[in-house]
Ligand binder design. Sequence first.
Ligand code: SF4
Length: 307
Amino acid sequence: MSVLTKEKMYEDINRWKKEKNAIILAHYYQDGDIQDIADYVGDSLALAQKASKTDAKIIVFCGVHFMAETAKLLSPEKKVLLPVMEAGCVMADMMDEAAIKKYREENPDTIILMYVNSTAACKQYADVCVTSSNALKIIDHYSKLGKKMLYGPDKNLGAYAMEKSNIQMDLWHGFCGIHNGMQPKDVILAKEKYPNAEFVCHPECNLNVLKMANYIGSTKQLIEYVTKSDKKEFIIGTEIGVIHEMQKRNPDKKFYILSDRLRCFEMKLTRLEDLYNCLKDETNEINISEEVSKKAVKCVNKMLELS
Ligand code: SF4
């Protein structure tokens, strides 16, 4: 039996993309081999938006389940495939549909702000969706209505937004196990090891770590920040996959991961072979019921209108 080499897989994938009118999206946290064959690499919402503007018939989303769902919400007429159906998100799973439904029923006047890292089933109960790059702007907009607000599922991004804006919100109890696990002692050790490096991190880290950062931003904002900066060395406080794009854009700069624990198991479930088989057989299609889709897309569209 012949072994599929990376080159052979790239060749077949590129051919199928043309034959099937398919595009491949890869989140920044995917392995480098997958990022390199993708048509677009980015964060979850930007990818879903890009794909919706193409005339592709098939979208293969190399990422986790909620991301492929967001792509499907914005491109209901396209076939959206997820190479590994089990690739989920620990944070998204911390918000249970039944619990948020109950909250909605008991608090009909509360503004529910939903981080994009959530399932479509949960998004249907939200007023608006937010990302790590537009959260502050959207929270500020809704605070002017003078109503009670709930932010979820990420308590860390919520706490960071409250600290920055002085706006009070109720916070859901979810978090990203990867980012939340970082501790100030990890930053102290890394700074001792790399004294000339700036520390940049994602707002999904806890507040104690965020307070030690030279810069805080979404994955895209972090990539842009290190690219524009005159500094030559950076300690990276987000998922390790982001370094692939940072290094590509800045071959002369050095990037050190804050901790080897910054590796998302769910994101790394997708191997090149999975992408290959998924596109070849057109398996693992994402389907969202019309009822859920109709309600969930509203909160995504509301965010796009405000950001
Ligand atoms: S890094 Fe965290 S938030 Fe992102 S997909 Fe993995 S578990 Fe979810």
